[in-house]
Ligand binder design. Structure first.
Ligand code: ATP
Ligand code: MG
Length: 254
């Protein structure tokens, strides 16, 4: 059984069909890439998977359930979490606090009862902190646990956003252009990190990325969108030599 399945997912904004009858399936443990030119509908796909928008038509199935039209907070609780094309962190909170906030989503008793200083809530908060620290270690940010996120360099902010998403203990992680703005060294570290997230935590990963070297080296399968429609789907070797993909996006073989 697939973990995520889109069946002819379509969304229209007025006259514009931003995502047009897109279908794909992710098995548990997949590293799957979503690529295509600017405005192709990639982020919009994430928005319909995570319940930001309900699709105009089509179906989305996750972990054996029909989640079409389910609101985003419910979808997050069912195990899908994402990062954003533009970093969204709590800038005045430390790295550790940012990840702890992510964990609150899983332990929803904590927020309310912590305010009443209930011992059980304090214990749970300590556990969340310990778990958050483990995640900071995984993304190699343990040394900046107490640094305010706004004071971190850009590449580290991106990694912190991933750690915060992981604190919700997702089954599926969606990354929207995680390598954007990173230098080659940071990209290489990120690539290893995403592999580790899949290999160590067993999290399935769907990612959008414009850096073709990054996508081709990381992903096992790739879907190419253009003007909201699928133009190709397959392993990297097939995608990079596909004439339609070269014409619409790559420009020349990579
Ligand atoms: N809420 C919205 N209302 C109207 N149009 C929208 C909305 N969201 C997205 N669009 C349009 O849908 C199309 C697809 O946008 P989307 O952001 O998904 O592209 P993308 O593939 O992520 O591009 P990029 O690589 O530039 O991030 C664009 O034409 C965009 O303007
Ligand atoms: Mg986008």
């Amino acid at each position: 059984m697939s973990l995520l399945k889109l069946e002819q997912a379509t969304i229209k904004f007025g006259g514009l069909v931003a995502v047009n009858s897109v279908s794909f399936e992710l098995e548990k443990g997949d590293l799957f890439g979503l690529i295509g030119p600017n405005g192709a509908g990639k982020t919009t796909c994430f928005n319909i998977i995570t319940g930001v928008y309900a699709p105009t038509s089509g179906k989305i199935n996750f972990d054996g359930r029909d989640i079409t039209g389910t609101p985003s907070n419910k979808i997050a609780q069912q195990g899908i979490c994402r990062t954003f094309q533009n970093i969204r962190l709590f800038h005045s909170l430390s790295s550790l606090e940012n990840v702890v906030v992510g964990g609150f989503l899983r332990h929803k008793t904590v927020l309310g009862s912590a305010l009443c200083y209930l011992p059980s809530a304090i214990k749970e908060t300590d556990e969340l902190k310990a778990k958050a620290m483990e995640l900071l270690e995984l993304v190699d940010l343990a040394d900046v646990a107490n640094t305010r996120s706004r004071d971190l360099p850009y590449g580290k902010q991106r990694r912190l956003e991933i750690a915060r998403a992981l604190a919700t203990q997702p089954k599926l992680l969606l990354l929207d252009e995680p390598a954007a703005g990173m230098n080659p060294q940071e990209k290489m570290e990120l690539l290893q990190m995403v592999k580790k997230i899949r290999d160590v935590l067993g999290v399935t990963v769907l990612l959008i990325e414009h850096d073709m070297k990054f996508v081709m080296n990381l992903c096992e399968r790739i879907l190419v969108l253009d003007h909201g429609e699928e133009i190709a789907q397959g392993p990297p070797a097939e995608i990079r030599s596909n004439p339609k993909v070269i014409a619409a996006y790559l420009g020349e073989a990579v």
